[in-house]
Design a protein around this ligand. Structure first.
Ligand code: 13P
Length: 254
């Protein structure tokens, strides 16, 4: 069994102004100070990144962004590059979230370019994959995950230092209150790890953290995290309130 430090990541989506985000980050830092054996990360909206970076400075909590553009700079109105995010203090960047894929038409090809850009600038990519309800009902879950992992990482040179994280987020479980059962999540995670083994080689696959996302809450995280291939969580709704997110970070104590 590999020693994969669990990562509990909060995706704040399009919630919180810079003032609110800075305040929440400060509260969270106070609540989780001294927690060991778990890494915490928050990903605010682009505009709130500087405020959150200030609030988290000197703490153990990592900072992430929710998206990026793959070019370093250029005439791409409304976009942010990996270099900009790195300079603003980000450690991680979420890539290919299902809301980006389904609401904004992000393709596996775009996801691949974004992962490449993140790696080139020393940002740790959190590559999101997951099937829709229709795909699950049709029995296509594992095929969808295979394609998203293979295309997302195609042609990239990834090492242990890249800090790659994969997040399994079944679309039907996001923001719905319908969590995957621990068995369903473990089956998908084991499959993703197998696929990562083919793409990256077994040692790297075994040291890569695979997070579960989709209606994770303080009441269900401990049970999910008992599964051997679940190495943390990517949390939306329950990460917005610092007290609730702190409970998630302290899941081992719950
Ligand atoms: P919820 O935790 O609100 O279901 O959102 C999950 C998610 O999309 C995290 O990226």
């Amino acid at each position: 069994m590999e020693n994969r430090t669990p990562l509990i990541a909060g995706n704040w989506k399009m919630y919180k102004t810079p003032t609110e985000a800075g305040e929440a980050a400060r509260k969270l830092a106070g609540l989780v100070a001294g927690v060991t054996g778990v890494e915490a990360m928050v990903a605010p909206a682009f505009v709130a990144i500087p405020a959150v970076a200030r609030a988290l400075s000197g703490t153990e909590i990592a900072l992430g962004a929710q998206n990026l553009h793959w070019e370093d700079q250029g005439a791409f109105t409304g976009e942010c590059s990996a270099a900009m995010l790195k300079d603003a203090g980000c450690d991680y960047v979420i890539i290919g979230h299902s809301e980006r894929r389904h609401l904004f038409g992000e393709t596996d090809e775009a996801v691949n370019k974004k992962v490449r850009a993140a790696l080139a600038h020393g940002l740790k990519p959190v590559l999101c994959v997951g099937e829709t309800e229709g795909e699950r009902d049709a029995g296509h879950t594992m095929d969808v995950l295979d394609v998203q992992v293979a295309r997302g990482l195609d042609g990239l040179s990834i090492t242990a230092e890249s800090g790659l994280v994969v997040a399994y987020e079944p679309v039907w479980a996001i923001g719905t209150g319908r969590t995957a059962t621990p068995d369903q999540a473990q089956e998908a995670h084991a499959h993703i790890r197998e696929k990562l083994g083919q793409v990256l080689g077994k040692p790297l696959a075994n040291s890569t953290r695979i997070l579960y996302g989709g209606s994770v809450k303080p009441g269900n995280i401990a049970e999910l995290m008992t599964e051997p291939d679940l190495d943390g969580a990517l949390v939306g709704g329950a990460s917005l309130d610092p007290a609730s997110f702190a409970d998630l970070v302290r899941f081992r104590a719950a």
